[in-house]
Every structure is written in C-alpha cells, then in structure tokens.
Write a protein that binds this ligand. Structure first.
Ligand code: TYM
Length: 352
C-alpha cells in the first residue's frame, strides 16, 4: 500500500462569526492574517454560522449575514483558489466531533471561559450553546489538523481549551489530534474601539470595514479623546485615536502624526480628519471589488460549494480517526461509509 502523505507543515485554519458586518478589529486582528497566510500553507477559513446562532435569532438575517461575510472576505483578498472558504454548518462532521470532545471536557474549564463568564457577569441568561461554544470551536480546529490559528487576542483562551481537550483525548485514545497554536499580529491583536475599549460589536464601538463613508466619518469624528489642553505634547503610545490611525496610514503619515503628538499644539479634529481620509484610501480597492462581487451572487455560491466539499473530505477523515480511536466502529451497512484517508497521516500528531 502506498504510504499516507504527510500533512503540509503549515495547516492554517480560522473562523469568523457572521453576527454583523466585519469591523476593523476583525480585519486587522484576523482577516489580514488569513490573507497573508493563504500562500504560506494549506489554508481553511470558514464563516461560523453555528456559533452565530447563539446570538442571531432571525433566519433571514443570518442567511444574509453569511452571504455578506463571504463577499466581504473575498473582496478583502481571500483567494478561493488558494484557500478553502466554507460555511461551518456545511460540515456536519464537526458537530459530531464536538460531541466526542464534549465527553472529555471538564465543566470547570468551560466555566472559566470568558464569553460565558462575561455574559453571566452582566446578569444575562446564557444557554448551553454559549457555554459549550469553546468545544465546538475546538472541533472546528481539530477537524482540519490545523497547526496554526490566526486570531485576535480574545480567542487565545479558546485555543488553549482546544489544546487541552486534544491533549486529553490523545492521552486517552492515542495519537488522534494535531495540537494547534494561535498566531497573533502585534499591531492588530487588540484593536481599540471608538471608546478605547476593545473593538467589539457587543460594546457598540466598532468602525466597520464596508460601512457607508458618511456613517464611518460620523463615527470617527465622535471618537472619544482626552481633555488635555491642545498645546500640551502627548505620548502617541496608548492613545487609541493614534492606534487606529496607525492601522490605516502609510509609514510616512504615521511618523508625521507621531511627531505632531510629541510636539503638541494640534487639535484632535485634525487627526480625525486624517483618519477618515487614510481609511478611505486603505479600503478603496476592496470596496470596488466588493461592488463587483455583489453583482455576481452565483460566484459566491460556487466558491462556498467547492469549499464545503473540500472541507468535508478533510473533516470526515479526522472524524473517522477519532471514532475508531474511541471505539465507535463504522461497520458495513451501518451509517456513512468510512472517509478515504482516515488513517492518521505519518508524523502529523502531537505538539508541533
Ligand atoms: P469573532 O467572530 O468574534 O472574531 C473574528 C476574529 O476577529 C478577531 N477580533 C479582533 N482582533 C483584534 N482586535 C479586536 N478588537 C477584535 N475583535 C475581533 C477575533 O479574535 C477573531 O480572530 N470564536 C470565534 C470564531 C471561531 C473560530 C473558530 C476562530 C469559531 N471557530 C475556530 C478560530 C478557530 C469568534 O467568535 O471570533
């Protein structure tokens, strides 16, 4: 028998929720990395509609958001010829894998996870979907033998949970899962919002990538600033307006603004205007690509269908490996036939 091919050394995977339009935190923390890494190895990126179900309860809206998310990702530079782009719920193998992982998940581990803890602390009712969210996320990652997961800082805890669960499963059943590592970028790991806290839909402090320019301008002009006198020199480090400008400005513009901060004697209004202009330039090409894609919805559907087929083949192989390892045999005539290539690829296990 020919030997199983070894997995590519870099298997990149990440997911993003379609809970609203993408904001700068999503782009600079995650999407920009997706695009950069699509040429560095095998890459799988998906739209996490199952995760979004814990917050989006209107079916038509969810459908529209999933479509918009796919259009946005391609417009921003995700290349479906290089990376596999798919919708999470198109791969039911992942939900089955979630159950296998759930059986090795300590309750205490999930009780410490921040999405659930934050909601509880705010006095809101959490459902089991939100509580077990990190287990589904772990299955998302492990189903593709991912080695690298590009994310923002807020997802690192979840990747640690994934490593924990994979480690426990491997300890119990042998070398089944590949342990992933998060990948963060310094400049975008925690993009601040218009109020200086982490940019997040739930804090209503986002600047969205593709919002109407007039809406975006209004939001930028309302960014909170400190009330120190204009003449006073200011340290650009730690200033969220400066940090936002830094993301979209050219290196020359960045250096000029840092100088201005250190010298003092400027108004924040000037900085905000510069930010509006730099942002418009930075995303101009993507906006144009988005407008073109909007006119071709069949293209997006075809991309997602091809992506789902590739993703299912990969996730099916890993699921079979996990099922066999824990004693859930697939027998002829009972259930789905075993996926091709479900044996553990040589050299793919353990910590990378
Ligand atoms: P989500 O949809 O909340 O966010 C998508 C990505 O955007 C990053 N991000 C930020 N980065 C920097 N600064 C910010 N202010 C900021 N806000 C958001 C997030 O860190 C994330 O990388 N649970 C995930 C989705 C998911 C997933 C996965 C990710 C499901 N399964 C498997 C990786 C692997 C989430 O809710 O991301």
């Amino acid at each position: 028998m020919p030997a199983e091919p070894s997995p590519s050394p870099l298997r990149v995977l990440s997911g993003i929720q379609p809970t609203g339009r993408f904001h700068w935190g999503n782009y600079f923390g995650a999407i920009r990395q997706y695009i950069e890494l699509q040429t560095a190895g095998d890459a799988y990126y998906f739209i996490a509609d199952l995760h979004a179900l814990t917050t989006v309860r209107e079916p038509a809206r969810l459908r529209a958001l999933v479509h918009d998310a796919a259009v946005d990702l391609v417009a921003l530079g995700l290349d479906p010829e290089r990376a596999t782009l798919f919708v999470q719920s198109d791969v039911p193998e992942v939900t089955e894998l979630t159950w296998l992982l759930m059986t090795v998940t300590p309750m205490g581990l999930l009780e410490r996870c921040h999405a659930y803890k934050d909601k509880k602390a705010r006095g809101l009712a959490a459902d089991a979907g939100l509580f077990t969210y990190p287990v589904l996320m772990s299955a998302d990652i492990l189903a593709y033998d991912a080695t690298v997961v590009p994310v923002g800082e807020d997802q690192v805890q979840h990747i640690e949970v994934c490593r924990d669960l994979a480690g426990t499963f491997n300890h119990l059943y042998g070398d089944v899962f590949t342990l992933p590592k998060p990948r963060l970028v310094e400049a975008g790991a925690r993009v601040p919002g218009t109020d200086g806290q982490k940019m997040s839909k739930s804090y209503e402090n986002t600047i969205d990538v593709f919002e109407e320019p007039a809406v975006q301008k209004k939001k930028i002009m309302r960014i909170t600033t400190d009330s120190r006198p204009m003449e006073e020199p200011k340290d650009p480090a730690g200033d969220h307006l400066f940090a936002l400008h830094e993301l979209v400005a050219t290196p020359t513009q960045r250096a000029a603004l840092a100088d201005l901060y250190r010298r003092g004697g400027f108004g924040y209004g000037e900085v905000k205007k510069a930010l509006v202009e730099a942002a418009a330039r930075f995303f101009a090409e993507a906006r144009q690509r988005r407008a073109d894609l909007e006119r071709d919805p069949d293209r997006i559907e075809a991309i997602l269908a091809a992506g789902a087929a590739r993703a299912r083949a990969q996730a099916g192989a890993v699921l079979d490996r996990a099922r066999q390892a824990c004693g859930l045999e697939r027998r002829p005539g009972r259930g789905r036939p075993r996926a091709a290539g479900s044996a553990r690829p040589a050299g793919g296990g353990g910590s990378p």
